[in-house]
Design a protein around this ligand. Structure first.
Ligand SMILES: Nc1nc2c(ncn2[C@@H]2O[C@H](COP(=O)(O)OP(=O)(O)OP(=O)(O)O)[C@@H](O)[C@H]2O)c(=O)[nH]1
Ligand SMILES: [Mg+2]
Ligand SMILES: [Zn+2]
Length: 378
């Protein structure tokens, strides 16, 4: 581990010079190594501070969580826990939860610094991907599977979650000319890019400069791009299985089946996840605005406020298309994501209204039952 890389980074908990501060000179505590920060510490009441132990969710299984804390890693059964009905309030990978010391009883989830969600494929529900992610490594490979619109989608999702985004182009060693790929992503602003061979430690070493100790990094990328390979090379261990891709179309074989968080020797934590076939945007228009700020800026210059950028006079978006300063594909992808998000938000709002109505119905039924009981009705 290179000390000089770490010392260039600002310490966490800016403005906090107390004992909670994580400085490069100080050795990280076991909790800080798991991503514990003042943001979480501040949420504990005095009673919780004394009676509870914070644990990070490293992996989620059907009825069990893998958690890690001051005393190491263990498995926590959700069997006897009464979890909230709302999906968003249930634990996901990266969450911090409080368990009572001694009894191990479940207390609560701590407020999240960021949350990644998607529309569950085929269902009209939200699915949680990860919580408390500081940065996202968007992974794409320099082969047939490279898709700029997909990268833009990941970027919108990352911006919506309020996390920093980085792009790594893998399989640079298998491609004669990485220049074309680097050129293709040049228009994506505020997105540091590196082309690497994910199997080669020297090649991925440059990635380390992007991340600091205690930082949680999620990887987003389709199957076969080399997410697990990056994890293995960065950790110097064979932590996750990898498998060859299909020769005809360069697509992966969905080797990774579960999301799991891995602490790296550098002191940051990397989330390996399955390549997600569908990553429907579940909300956060501001993510799209941020990922497509060029189109947003153009739209503001249109003559009409409600311009839909088709054939209206004085449309700055159409003018940019004609000038060639805006790419037709990018505009199409923007339209697609905007439509998708408004459709999904409508669905989710209807879903929530139905859930509320159902809750109200149950409460009324229970109320009637109580009244009958009090009156001695049969
Ligand atoms: N030559 C070369 N091969 C790579 C590189 N990155 C990944 N591979 C190979 O690509 C294949 C897929 O890599 P994985 O790491 O399993 O991909 P993944 O993104 O984890 O895929 P899923 O788990 O299915 O989502 C493996 O055979 C890797 O050895 C690279 O940069 N160069
Ligand atoms: Mg994998
Ligand atoms: Zn317009």
């Amino acid at each position: 581990m290179s000390r000089s890389l770490i010392s260039r980074r600002p310490p966490f908990g800016r403005g906090n010079s107390g004992p909670g501060r994580l400085s490069p000179e100080r050795v990280q505590s076991p909790l800080e190594k798991l991503g514990w920060k003042p943001f979480f510490q501040q949420q504990l009441s005095l009673e919780e501070y004394e009676l509870c132990e914070p644990l990070r969710v490293m992996a989620v299984h059907r009825n069990r969580l893998e958690v890690a804390g001051e005393t190491g890693e263990h498995s926590f059964s959700l069997g006897g826990v009464h979890l909230p009905a709302a999906v968003e309030q249930r634990p996901t990978v990266g969450d911090w939860l409080l368990l009572e010391r001694g009894t191990g009883g479940y207390r609560r989830l701590l407020e999240r610094s960021s949350l990644f969600r998607r529309m569950a494929p085929g269902a009209e529900r939200v699915q949680l991907i990860a919580a408390n992610v500081d940065s996202v490594l968007i992974v794409a490979s320099c082969n047939q599977d490279f898709n700029l619109s997909r990268i833009e989608r990941y970027l919108a999702l990352t911006r919506a979650a309020g996390s920093r985004a980085y792009l790594v182009l893998t399989k640079a060693d298998l491609c004669a000319e990485t220049g074309d790929y680097l050129e293709a992503v040049k228009g994506l602003r505020d997105l540091p890019v590196l082309a690497v061979n994910a199997l080669e430690p020297d090649s991925v070493a440059a990635l380390r400069a992007w991340f600091g100790p205690g930082e949680t990094i999620a990887m987003l990328g389709s199957s076969g791009v080399g997410k697990s390979s990056l994890l293995n090379t960065l950790s110097g261990m064979q932590l996750a299985a990898t498998a060859g891709i299909r020769e005809d179309d360069s697509k992966g074989r969905h080797t990774t089946r579960h999301r799991a968080l891995y602490p790296l020797p550098d002191g940051c934590l990397l989330l390996d996840s399955p390549g997600m076939r569908e990553l429907g945007l579940a909300g956060g228009e501001e993510g799209i605005t941020a990922a497509f700020d060029d189109i947003d800026a153009l739209a503001r210059q249109c003559r009409f406020k409600d311009c839909v950028h088709e054939a209206e006079p004085g449309c700055a978006v159409q003018a940019a298309l004609e000038l060639g300063t805006l790419d037709e594909r990018r505009l199409r992808n923007w339209r697609k994501l905007v439509r998708e998000i408004s459709r999904n938000q409508r669905t989710l709002a209807e879903q929530r209204a139905e859930d509320r109505a159902l809750g109200q119905f149950y409460r009324e039924v229970q109320g009637h039952a109580r009244t009958r009981k009090q009156r001695g009705d049969e």
